[in-house]
Write a protein that binds this ligand. Sequence first.
Ligand code: BV8
Ligand code: ZN
Length: 245
Amino acid sequence: MTNIEKLAEILSHSASAVFFGGAGMSTESGIPDFRSASGIYNQKLNQTFSPEEMASYNFFVTHPEEFFAFYRERFVYLDAKPNAGHIALAELERRGILSAVVTQNIDGLHQVADSKVVYELHGSIRRSYCVKCGAKYDVKFVMNNKPIPYCEKCGGVVKPDVVLYGENLDSDTISNSIRAISNADTLIVGGTSLIVYPAAGLIDYFRGRHLILINKTATHADADAELVIREPIGETLSKAVALLK
Ligand code: BV8
Ligand code: ZN
């Protein structure tokens, strides 16, 4: 039995699978990941600050102009389309096999592929809000109002709804993700290096039967997995779904 056939076999017996993903889920949509050789964090973008520094809450507060320039340049890919992997996960949800997508990604591509239950642990580039009065703005407002987008109602800074380093994650999103993972019979972890916390720690709530890892490079969870697939995740998920009756 090939790995794809084993994956299809496990999925065909799952009724509450959960997908836990990261930037590797969107590289087949043309969005670079962070820690691969071609990832964002390995590109020398700025002489003075590291990419992690520029993606931190502290940098957003102390260097807003540089923050927004970096953000517009490196975080927003409005013409990116869902790939075969996003579409396969939406199909698994429609078939009643997958109960939730838990993602660290901020590109919103799971929802564009029509996944209904998506928990965005690190927020989304598609939503922004005024830090002073909470007024909501869309991504176009942030892209068009340079150098710093200010609220039209109260003049406060309009911040992307993205969890920066040193910022807390949304507590409802965390509890919803923990509930989904704790109740899952199958957990597919894919396209993530499992380095960033508290997100990476959520997979420890899994108590089900089948832990599956689909990632181009090794992760610390591989040893516990029943199935480790070192192939592109988009292709892998779509081939497995194609085998389902
Ligand atoms: C917090 C938004 C409380 C912006 C992101 C020291 C030790 C431990 C923890 C810490 C520490 N120092 C600081 C911390 C906490 C810190 C943290 O975890 N740092 C890490 C770097 C050590 N965490 C935080 O700050 C979090 N908040 O803790 O709040 C607090 C409050 C106040 C004061 C202090 C603490 C907030 C974390 C969220 C940060 N925001 N994103 C942005 O988008 O950058 S994190 C960023 O990394 C992205 O969101 C990304 O999703 C996330 C995780 O990366 P991955 O998704 O896993 O991507 P990566 O490139 O790493 O891996 C991709 C994988 O896919 C690779 O393995 C590759 O091989 C594979 N792949 C690629 N293509 C494919 C593929 N596989 C298959 N098929 C393919 N086609
Ligand atoms: Zn405001």
